[in-house]
Design a protein around this ligand. Structure first.
Ligand SMILES: Nc1ncnc2c1ncn2[C@@H]1O[C@H](COP(=O)(O)OP(=O)(O)OP(=O)(O)O)[C@@H](O)[C@H]1O
Ligand SMILES: [Mg+2]
Length: 643
């Protein structure tokens, strides 16, 4: 329940669109657990981390000890030597050498720990990104339905970035500042408990100022983040919709909206930074005041013989190096909390429940033995079988034919909203099954269920007599090729995009598939033919050409079952007829599911299912359905508009 609530909070993005790259700053829910988990990632760097800690200690100690040496410097060498004719400078020089060594050690230590932290933080982040990506790619589609791209992307950009800052700077600085403050405080106590009392008083004043200014600037920072989220979301939406904006001449309206959002961001940023920026000067001035007060009171005490000049010298230097790490810590706390909140979002993604896959049936290459039985083989034999390994170790092979059956299938993307209502259908090997029906009737949904993008609520789907829930998803999907309703092409050459269907396909296989999909002609006319690089989801191609490539990609996979979802909707009827001929040849003896709005495409199907509101209302071949004079007849003869 709390999990769900967290999810909802996470989903509540600032208005303005999907651009959630910058979000309202969240507080981490469980600092301890998150830190432990980050430490777990750092386990491989144990030795280097120990060296880092040692170096931080050395560097802090060098600062504190170096300052302390001012006291013997003044008291033991400068004051006694004043006015002497031939002062003995040997002790003086040896102290200077000692001081140089201490500071040099401090510099080397600081360099070493900063240098070591770079590969450590990069390595940890590399592992975090790997885990995130591996996990993300195995998440059910439902996750992507409910989380925007911007939101998922911000895990890889914003959240990892703040985590990197925390690891490479925040935590080491915090540790170093803490050691310095503690060391300085102890040394102050040693030098003069009385003056230390004054320091404590000033510390209280400083902390009050930090809290007051910090809380005001914190509120403004949250507003700035929210405004930035809105602006980014707006820009992202406008870039995506730039064509629509131009079509409707909405440039001016968009500019006005943008200006308003931009002004709000500017004013929020102004407020946030006013408060943040005044913190440093206030703290600086307070530390000067502190310095002056310490000097005055220390001077009076020295005059009264409480301590020597050297003590004041050291103490004054300590007061200078006391306020800076405190301000640093105050600032780091905020950024560390932001980073931990980001880390929690990353871990939430890594903890998302994975796509369930308890299936045990796999797809293997087989050969037919002399007695007709199937025998597993490693070579690509062209004959495939489902390998079912029972609990007792016995193995049965069922030839892969492409027989798909739905029995009373009920499904809804959300359980309470049924999209498919008691669907039963069968497709025998080699049959071409077509789905027709109005937009939103559930055609794409049926195909989404065959390859188990989503799990059905009740009923069964069988593939060659095997319940598809028993088949491993990887093997199930390998046996199907799908041309999705929204084609997607990857950045790469045309050849690589076709080969995506089967990675071991040769160039000749890809070209043969392109010929079959009738894509060969246009590809040869591209500037570099099959080696033309496609960018931005194939933005340099027409819609129809993209579809042809998608069909070629499915064809090269050479699967027993092919699903074409509106695959030819942007292709002219002449080319479509050519593709159909090529496909028919390719799909000989295999099962094809086609979804088409253009009824001419489905005419030669063995069975046509007419869907309405998630139910099959008519079924039969073209002639049967025309004879029935039902919905199909109306659709076909144009008597009925698609609603
Ligand atoms: N990812 C999703 N999450 C929630 N509901 C969805 C999702 N995809 C589709 N739907 C809903 O399921 C119903 C059926 O959608 P489906 O995509 O199967 O329609 P279709 O018949 O393919 O339509 P079209 O001809 O427009 O492609 C629609 O009412 C739609 O709103
Ligand atoms: Mg559809």
């Amino acid at each position: 329940m709390t999990e769900q609530k967290g999810q909802q909070q996470e989903n509540s993005r600032p208005a303005g669109g999907p651009g959630a790259h910058t979000r309202v700053r969240e507080k981490p829910h469980n600092v301890g657990a998150t830190l432990r988990r980050i430490l777990h990632y750092a386990a491989g760097y144990r030795l280097r981390l120990v060296i880092v800690m040692l170096c931080i200690m050395i560097s802090a100690f060098a600062g504190v000890a170096g300052t302390y040496l001012i006291k013997p410097f003044i008291d033991d060498y400068i004051v006694p030597l004043i006015g002497q004719q031939n002062p003995d400078l040997s002790g003086f020089v040896s102290l200077i050498i000692k001081l140089c060594c201490i500071y040099a050690a401090g510099v080397v230590a600081a360099y070493t720990y900063n240098r070591l932290m770079i590969p450590i933080s990069s390595g940890i982040l590399r592992q975090v990104r790997t885990d995130m990506y591996d996990h993300m790619m195995r998440l059910p589609l439902k996750y992507f339905d409910t989380h925007s791209h911007g939101e998922i992307m911000s895990r890889y950009s914003n959240d990892t970035d703040t985590l990197r800052e925390m690891l490479s700077q925040g935590l080491p600085q915090m540790f170093s500042a803490f050691l310095t403050v503690t060391g300085v405080f102890v040394m102050m106590l040693v030098l003069s408990p009385l003056l230390t009392l004054l320091v404590l008083l000033m510390l209280a004043v400083m902390l009050t100022v930090i809290r007051k200014v910090g809380s005001r600037s914190g509120a403004y920072f949250i507003r700035q983040q929210a405004e930035m989220g809105r602006l980014n979301g707006y820009i992202e939406e406008m870039i995506n919709g730039v064509k629509v904006i131009k079509v409707f001449c909405h440039e001016d309206v968009c500019k006005k909206d943008f200006d308003a959002l931009n002004d709000r961001l500017a004013s929020a940023a102004c407020n946030a930074h006013t408060f943040a920026n005044i913190l440093m000067p206030i703290m600086g001035n307070l530390s000067y005041l502190h310095y002056a007060l310490t000097a005055a009171i220390g001077g009076i005490l020295a005059l009264n013989g409480h301590f020597g000049l050297g003590t004041i010298g050291s103490f004054l230097q300590y007061t200078r190096s006391f306020s800076q790490p405190i301000t640093q810590m105050a600032q780091q706390v905020n950024s560390i909390l932001t980073a931990l909140a980001g880390a929690e979002r990353i871990f939430r993604l890594i903890d998302e429940p994975l796509e369930q896959d308890p299936g045990t049936v796999s797809l293997v290459n087989v050969q037919r033995a002399a007695d007709g039985s199937l025998q597993e083989c490693t070579a690509r034999s062209g004959l495939w079988a489902w390998k079912d390994q029972a609990a007792d170790g016995s193995v049965t092979y069922t030839e892969l034919k492409g027989d798909v059956r739905f029995q009373d299938v009920v499904f809804g993307y959300e359980p309470e909203k049924i999209v498919l209502d008691h669907i039963s259908l069968y497709a025998k090997p080699g049959q071409k099954i077509a789905f027709v029906g109005a937009t939103g009737a559930g055609k794409t949904t049926i195909t989404n269920l065959i390859n188990r993008f989503y799990e059905i609520q009740s009923g069964t789907i069988t593939y060659d007599g095997i319940d598809i829930r028993r088949i491993e998803k990887y093997h199930l999907r390998r046996s199907l090729a799908m041309v999705l309703q929204d084609t997607h092409l990857f950045t790469g050459t045309v050849m690589e995009n076709i080969r995506y269907g089967r990675l071991d396909a040769t160039d000749e296989d890809c070209i043969a598939a392109a010929k079959c999909a009738n894509a060969d002609y246009f590809i040869r006319h591209l500037p570099q033919g099959y080696q033309t690089v496609l960018t931005g989801d194939g933005a340099n191609l027409s819609q129809g050409q993209r579809q042809l490539l998608a069909i070629a990609r499915a064809a090269v996979a050479d699967p027993p079952v092919l699903i074409l979802d509106e695959a030819t909707s942007s292709i002219d009827t002449h080319t479509e007829a050519l593709i159909e001929r090529g496909m028919d040849q390719l799909m000989q003896g295999r099962t094809v599911f086609v979804i088409a709005h253009r009824l001419s495409t489905v005419r030669n199907a063995n069975a046509i299912m007419v869907l309405e509101h998630g139910r099959i209302i008519e079924r039969g071949d073209h002639d049967d359905l025309i004879a029935q004079k039902g919905k199909y007849y109306q659709l076909y003869t144009g008597m009925f508009e698609l609603d």
